[in-house]
Design a binder for this molecule. Structure first.
Ligand code: UDX
Ligand code: UDX
Length: 465
């Protein structure tokens, strides 16, 4: 088995950046170079001020501080890094297609293909190429075809090594992974490549947690894992709607069912809807693949998980409008939170974007406070929907850096992200600043209902009448 001395990762995003930082941290003898075509992103990864790293993850900056410059490098020199590497991770984005066949469902593989062509052009010796990006089943075959047909007659082994980290807990997830999945061919070269990758993870994880499978199982397992997780959220969110009608309390129901060890307690938190770059995209992928093999029932089954999620976001916006006497026109509504979950600055597919859009359609005036998300990001998220002009978005929605001053004369506060700091805000003072009656809509069920009601708020939350 070849000893791996040099790793390259293409794509310095939320997945590539933290994953490679941890590999470099745990494997000081391996040189790890993370490359990206986005020069600004690389510059931020190299910033001496570690608070300016492009990805915010608890524990990340400490790890980067130790490894960067030692055996961890961030660079835009893609060709050079490919040339020097024994092992190349592909961790570029695979957005849902916005055009042509499969529009709105299939994954757009153009960046993956560009990477494969680039590797084929540059590589002068044998390489192990690893799919880190989440991909539709059988993408490895396409990558192999491109590499073998356009390459310089060197041997490429393709492995699938999906990433299971969740944002906000990326570093602990990487350091204590439940399992690492490595899919590859069962040929002697394929087995050797799987062992080479396994030996890297064995530097910090017990061997029993490293699962070696065929490529297709590995690719499919990643999609299915995300689909199952999202399905649990949609399941409990569908029940939250029923709870609101029946006086049941969704947390009590979640606790009661979660104590059944066959069901388990995790991922049963009712919310305003799941977001993030993965769940929707991966389920759409699954839906598209099933459909393309003629499995209409399978495809419809999984599509329902997304429909319930859309329903949940719409329901939250609708309940704000109906509670505010059926009109929010000209009313100031403060959003606490914009990120798709706490402890991350990532906003991709965040429920907040869709709830804001629905309320702006009703002419509400929205003020957003999020501890980690920038103004530019918030406006970019809204502008991308193309619902109204950029000027209109900036006129109707403003961004605040202070959760207390922004509530002056507000009609309502909506909690969109479960940031811990919202629990300990001075709610008494907030109450005095708002218009009366003062409404709080808790889309994350994080506040103490007794306390808020005692202060005088009209407090309501998802999953309770
Ligand atoms: C991405 C995918 O979205 C996800 O499906 C997969 O599991 C892992 O990779 P993420 O790291 O969150 O997730 O994406 P993103 O933060 O967008 O980072 C991708 C990076 O790749 C970007 O910085 C982009 O500039 C870079 N890139 C893209 C390249 O360097 N080359 C390309 O050709 C395309
Ligand atoms: C997910 C998977 O967890 C991870 O394994 C995979 O690699 C990438 O996709 P991520 O999207 O980063 O990770 O975050 P996750 O913690 O799964 O949360 C996704 C969304 O679901 C968030 O919007 C979160 O708020 C929401 N959620 C999660 C709920 O609404 N209720 C829950 O019980 C759990």
């Amino acid at each position: 088995m070849k000893t791996i001395k040099n790793i390259c990762c293409i794509g310095a995003g939320y997945v590539g950046g933290p994953t490679m930082s941890v590999i470099a941290f745990k494997c000081p003898d391996i040189q790890v170079t993370v490359v990206d075509i986005n020069a600004e992103r690389i510059k931020a990864w190299n910033d001496t001020d570690l608070d300016k790293l492009p990805v915010y993850e608890p524990g990340l900056k400490e790890i980067v501080a130790t490894a960067r410059g030692r055996n961890l490098f961030f660079s835009t020199e893609v060709d050079q890094a490919i040339d020097q590497a024994d092992m190349i991770f592909i961790s570029v984005n695979t957005p849902t297609k916005t055009y042509g066949k499969g529009k709105g469902q299939a994954a757009d593989l153009k960046y993956i293909e560009l990477c494969a062509r680039n590797i084929a052009r540059v590589a002068k010796d044998d390489k192990i190429v690893i799919e880190k990006s989440t991909l539709p089943v059988r993408t490895a075959q396409a990558i192999k075809n491109i590499l073998d047909n356009t390459g310089n007659h060197v041997n490429f082994e393709i492995l699938s090594n999906p990433e299971f980290l969740a944002e906000g807990t990326a570093i602990t997830d990487l350091l204590n992974a439940d399992r690492v999945l490595i899919g590859g061919d069962s040929t002697p070269n394929g087995e050797a490549a799987k062992q080479a990758l396994s030996s890297i993870y064995e530097n910090w994880l017990p061997k029993e947690r490293i699962l070696l499978t065929n490529v297709w199982s590995s690719e499919l397992s990643k999609l299915v894992a995300n689909a199952f997780l999202a399905q649990r959220i949609s399941s409990i969110n569908s029940i939250s709607a029923l709870c609101e009608k029946t006086d049941a309390d969704v947390d009590e129901v979640a606790k009661a069912i979660g104590l059944d060890s066959r069901i388990g307690p995790k991922f049963l938190k009712a919310s305003v809807g799941f977001g993030g770059s993965c769940f929707q995209k991966d389920i759409l992928n699954l839906v598209y693949i099933a459909k393309s093999y003629g499995l209409e029932e399978v495809s419809n089954y999984w599509e329902q998980v997304i429909k319930i999620n859309d329903y949940q976001k719409q329901r939250f916006a609708d309940s704000i409008v109906s509670t505010l006497y059926n009109t929010v026109s000209g009313k100031k509504i403060v959003f606490y939170g914009w990120a798709f979950k706490k402890d991350t600055n990532d906003t991709r597919e965040s429920a907040a974007i869709y709830v804001a859009n629905a309320l702006l359609e009703e002419q509400a005036e929205i003020v957003v406070y999020d501890p980690k998300v920038s103004d530019q990001q918030i406006y970019a998220d809204l502008d991308r929907l193309n619902t109204r002009s950029e000027e209109e978005n900036r006129r109707l929605l403003t961004v605040s850096k202070d959760p207390l001053t922004c509530v002056d004369d507000a009609h309502a506060i909506a909690i969109l992200t479960e940031w811990d700091e919202f629990k300990t805000l001075d709610w008494e003072t907030i109450y005095t600043k708002m218009l009366k009656p003062s409404f709080v809509f808790d889309g994350r069920r994080i506040l103490d209902s007794k306390k808020l009601n005692a202060i005088g708020f009209k407090y309501s939350r998802i999953g309770e009448s």
